[in-house]
Ligand binder design. Structure first.
Ligand SMILES: NC(=O)c1ccc[n+]([C@@H]2O[C@H](COP(=O)([O-])OP(=O)(O)OC[C@H]3O[C@@H](n4cnc5c(N)ncnc54)[C@H](O)[C@@H]3O)[C@@H](O)[C@H]2O)c1
Length: 290
């Protein structure tokens, strides 16, 4: 049956993969709402309608009533967020409140949210560590409350560090694996923030997208953690690229990921299909050093 699907942040890294998978069903009418703060037209998928705008204007920009909303359109980077709390508040707090209210007022069939796993780290204290984690955890609370107050149908997915095609390795909002790829290609040392023992569950972006769509189809409520079960230290990841490593001072962030609920595996039968170490091996063999 034909569905109207809204994806916020559809021109971003994970959002573009959500759209790519949804677009395989040609009956779906897919609309992306993105303000291009960190989105890129190069991430556009054929057949999808791209609207430019901030989520806080969603009511005006989306006259349609979608069957489902996948909400990924937020300020999405931890470290730089400490230097620009105003932007984070604007995009994540004002923007997401408008999205949640839109879903409630329009009686959207389901809101699926891309939450951050940082809220589970450091025994739950990591949610206060920076403006990004703070707003992401508050938005989880907000959506859970709308479920409780107004019976809003929703599913909350928790993402861990995404890697894979269309990841951005350049500029202020670049992410780790793509930055390492850039350094490798430029024959520069890979920079690792000391001590390097900080661990992350790097998760393949297409697996995140698939998990989010499964949660959209069958998920109910909070707790859909989408995480590779293996964690690696940032230093181990850098070493996997071979070559020189430079240890630098900086904010290493949380030491590890923390325990999170596992409804994605137990209820949805979701699993990862590609480990980061195999991805790096493939990358190196397809970009051999001369
Ligand atoms: N990538 C990860 O490892 C990771 C981990 C945990 C959670 N998440 C969450 O997943 C979502 C997607 O992350 P990503 O890595 O693809 O980030 P991204 O920056 O590549 O994508 C986010 C997109 O949303 C757009 N956007 C931001 N604020 C907006 C607003 N207010 N209105 C409209 N568009 C807006 C940006 O322009 C961008 O295209 C984010 O909500 C992020 O917090 C990502």
């Amino acid at each position: 049956m034909s569905k109207i699907i809204l994806v916020t942040g559809g021109a971003g890294h994970v959002g573009s993969h959500v759209i790519e998978e949804l677009a395989k069903d040609q009956d779906n009418k897919i609309i992306s709402l993105d303000n291009y703060f960190n989105g890129n037209q190069a991430n556009h998928i054929e057949g999808v309608e791209y609207r430019t705008g901030h989520t806080k204007d969603i009511d005006k920009l989306i006259p349609e009533t979608p069957d489902i909303v996948y909400h990924l359109g937020e300020y999405a980077r931890i470290s730089p967020s400490i230097t620009e709390p105003q932007k984070v508040y604007d995009m994540n707090t004002l923007g997401t409140f408008a999205v949640v209210e839109f879903c409630h007022q329009r009686q959207v069939g389901k809101l699926v949210y891309a939450a951050s796993s940082t809220k589970f780290a450091s025994d739950g204290q990591e949610r206060f560590a920076n403006p990004y984690s703070f707003t992401k955890a508050n938005n989880v609370d907000l959506i859970n409350c709308y479920g409780r107050w107004y019976n809003l149908p929703y599913a909350i997915c928790y993402f861990y560090n995404a890697f894979g095609p269309r990841e951005n390795g350049i500029g202020k909002y670049a992410t780790l694996i793509a930055k390492f790829e850039q350094s490798y290609l430029n024959n520069e040392p890979l920079t690792v923030v000391k001590p390097g023992t900080q661990k992350r569950n790097f998760t393949y972006v297409k697996d995140l997208a698939h998990g989010m769509i499964l949660a959209g189809e069958k998920g109910i409520g909070d707790g859909y953690t989408l995480s590779n079960q293996k964690e690696y230290s940032v230093l181990e990841i850098a070493q996997a690229f071979g070559g020189q490593i430079e240890m630098i001072e900086g904010q290493p962030g949380r030491t590890e990921s923390g325990n999170a609920p596992d409804k994605a595996r137990t209820e949805l039968g979701w699993e990862t299909t590609l480990d980061i170490m195999d991805y790096i091996k493939n990358f190196i063999s397809s970009h051999p050093k001369k």
